[in-house]
Design a protein around this ligand. Structure first.
Ligand code: COA
Length: 170
């Protein structure tokens, strides 16, 4: 899918280093994702490459002229309701990239007979929550103190679910 200035395509092994770089960038923002900076970049790249090669996950990236600027990954692809995670580089936000990536994920879920897609989001992540609601996700449950932080804190996360077929939730 091509839009002004960016394109979405399936994520492959060649994207791993760039996606880990993006993850590091967003982890450094320190508020949106469970991954905290610093982390072992090489180990993360190895496990991401491995997961892609073994087809434990699928994903899409958005690229501008040169760089990978966004990633959406669906984990545990054999589950009936797999979980996704997504990242858009700060300078590229609010250009429709997140919405386009979610459209790919929902199309994949439909084509692969999934009942739903799920995700976890911090309650104060208004940008993500607004995007997810607009894409048809609804709140399923709140996980209290579920995301442990290195400073000893533990943050709540909201599980959201987007039905893909008409089957009832498990
Ligand atoms: C959340 C995130 C993925 C959104 O990606 P994006 O590419 O900026 O989103 P889009 O441009 O496709 O936005 C689509 C819609 O979502 C909503 N939205 C997105 N960002 C918003 C914001 N900052 N405030 C309010 N609504 C917002 C709007 O309804 C928007 O439509 P509009 O621009 O036509 O009004 C991005 O902000 C991000 O990567 N944040 C940091 C990492 C993160 O939070 N990941 C998700 C963890 S659960």
């Amino acid at each position: 899918m091509t839009r002004t200035g960016w394109t979405v395509r399936p994520k492959g092994e060649r994207d791993v280093d760039a996606v880990v770089g993006l993850l590091a960038e967003i982890a450094r923002e320190g508020r949106w994702i469970a991954t905290e900076w610093p982390f072992d970049v090489n180990a993360r790249a190895r496990s991401m490459r491995d997961a892609l090669l073994r087809r434990w996950c699928v994903g899409w990236v958005a690229v501008d002229d040169r760089d990978v600027v966004a990633d959406l990954t669906i984990f545990d692809v054999d589950a009936p309701e797999p979980e996704l995670g997504m990242l858009v580089a700060a300078p590229q936000r609010r250009r429709g990239i997140g919405r386009a990536l979610l459209e790919e994920a929902i199309a994949w879920a439909r084509a692969n007979g999934k009942t739903a897609l799920t995700l976890r989001v911090f309650p104060d992540n208004d940008a993500a929550r607004t995007l997810y609601f607009a894409a048809g996700f609804v709140d399923k449950t709140v996980l209290r103190a579920a995301i442990a932080r290195r400073d000893g804190d533990a943050l709540d996360a909201i599980v959201m679910r987007r039905a893909v077929t008409d089957a009832p939730p498990p």
